[in-house]
Ligand binder design. Structure first.
Ligand code: CDP
Length: 222
């Protein structure tokens, strides 16, 4: 039995940063599930396949190379868009499900829990998660944050293009038939539009801490 914090939310809402900080705070392992879909998308592109084709995408999902999870190449907005395409295929999601559930059940190292961020962690991957947060922010705010993030990677993009892409990707993620992005019925909602990173972290911590502390107390020692 482990503790799981599910952090779902819209594109560039800050869920990844929050998930990392929550993991550090509780000394839990962290999994960015979006990076799995991004890795699949990058592999399809590199193989000159078509991310919209289920066969191409599922072949890449079965051969996923997790050693590239830190590769900045998966962070481009092209790969983000293609990740949204591959993630809509049910067989791709099925291929990645086991890995995510295993991570939740047996987080790496000494961790007594896991923080996983994504779109369907609280609804599909870990419906029994200890605490669930759904993070959102105004589209313009998210576009500006993504613009800054890309700048730091040396990628220059027009902010209004980023905004258009984020809105289109959210629309696709919300409206796909399999595992659509939506807050779980028992998710706590967090709007980070007017919060800087420290304030957003404090707000997220205040939401999850009571549940996590109670679950830690209930865990058998050792
Ligand atoms: O960082 P950003 O919020 O832009 O995206 P991400 O979390 O890296 O996810 C990229 C894409 O993967 C999303 O637009 C979703 O289509 C897909 N994804 C998903 O379907 N399910 C997840 N659990 C995580 C990501």
């Amino acid at each position: 039995m482990t503790i799981v914090i599910a952090v779902d939310g819209t594109a560039a809402s800050g869920k990844g940063t929050l998930a990392k900080r929550l993991a550090r705070h509780f000394n839990f392992a962290h999994l960015d599930s979006g990076s799995l879909y991004r890795l699949v998308a990058l592999a399809v592109l590199e193989a000159k396949g078509d991310p919209a084709k289920e066969n191409d995408a599922v072949a890449a999902a079965h051969a996923i190379d997790l050693t590239r999870a830190g590769d900045p190449a998966i962070r481009t907005d092209l790969v983000g868009r293609m990740a949204s395409l591959v993630s809509a295929h049910p067989t791709v999601r099925a291929a990645l499900l086991r890995f995510q559930r295993d991570f939740a059940a047996r987080p790496v190292g000494e961790s007594r829990g896991a923080v996983i961020d994504g779109r369907d962690i609280g609804t599909v991957i870990c419906p029994d998660a200890t605490a669930k947060v759904f993070v959102d922010a105004r589209p313009e705010t998210r576009a500006h944050r993504r613009w800054l993030e890309l700048q730091n990677l040396g990628i220059a993009r027009e902010e209004h293009h980023i905004l258009k892409e984020l809105v289109a990707r959210d629309h696709a993620d919300r409206n796909r038939t399999v595992s659509p992005m939506k807050p779980a019925a028992d998710a706590l909602l967090l709007d980070t539009s007017d919060l800087d990173i420290d304030a957003a972290f404090a707000a997220a911590l205040a939401l999850v801490q009571p549940k996590v502390e109670a679950a830690l107390k209930a865990l058998p020692r050792g």
